[in-house]
Design a protein around this ligand. Structure first.
Ligand code: HEC
Length: 200
């Protein structure tokens, strides 16, 4: 009997404590844990450390080697620079991949691809929704549209598919804040996919 009273008393105390806690937590519930500012900061950190600019930012040649051209930060292959001739026989041999000098274009067994414009200009991600961006990064769908062609190398989306939803959102928020650059990147020239392996 004594034990029952004790248990009931404990339950009442627990309920009162829970109610009081809810009261005091109200204020913190209203302030989102992750503010847009902190997402932008994290997005900038992720973009810098993952190195999206390795392929998406054109480079300037200096005596220290190639450095990112910050006037064209993340704006993709510069459509006003001529690609010039390259050894298509070698690129299509299936054995080699060739990089454009500033790493913003690459040719290999898949064809020829150009790093996209990731700035918030209409020629870049200006009109994209987060869902479009997510479909590129998680599902490898070109332009982030269902039923579009698969994203090709050297874009390593299969690795980026492991990023958490929060990290992807942070990258997207950050990309919206960088300088818009008007640059319509050329269409990729894709080779036909190899024939499916024969069923035995
Ligand atoms: C090793 C080179 C490389 C790196 C690193 C890289 N990308 Fe890419 N990315 C590309 C290429 C090339 C394409 C175009 C692929 C194609 O046309 O299929 C591309 C395409 C994209 C697209 C799709 C654009 C479209 O129009 O569908 C997005 C979005 C993108 N990259 C974002 C990123 C982000 C964000 C990062 C860093 C987290 C990143 N990329 C890192 C090379 C790279």
């Amino acid at each position: 009997m004594k034990k029952t009273i004790y248990i009931i008393a404990s339950c009442i105390i627990a309920t009162v404590v829970a109610c009081t806690n809810t009261g005091t937590n109200k204020e913190s519930e209203q302030t989102p844990v992750t503010s847009v500012d902190s997402m932008i900061k994290r997005g900038g950190y992720l973009v810098a450390t993952i190195g999206c600019g390795d392929c998406h930012t054109p480079k300037k040649m200096t005596d220290r080697g190639p450095v990112p051209d910050m006037d064209r930060f993340l704006s993709g292959y510069n459509a006003s620079t001529p690609l010039g001739e390259y050894d298509t026989t070698l690129a299509n041999s299936g054995r080699w991949a060739l990089f454009y000098g500033d790493l913003t274009a690459a040719a290999g067994p898949w064809g020829l691809t150009f790093a996209s414009n990731l700035t918030p200009d209409p020629t870049g991600l200006g009109n994209w929704t987060y869902d479009n961006f997510r479909k590129v990064m998680k599902e490898g769908k070109y332009k982030g549209i269902d039923n579009s062609r698969p994203i090709m190398p050297p874009m390593p989306w299969q690795n980026f598919a492991n990023l958490s939803e929060d990290d992807l959102k942070s990258i997207f928020e950050y990309l919206k804040t960088i300088k818009p650059v008007n640059n319509l990147v050329p269409q990729a020239h894709l080779n036909p996919p190899p024939p499916a392996p024969k069923q035995s």
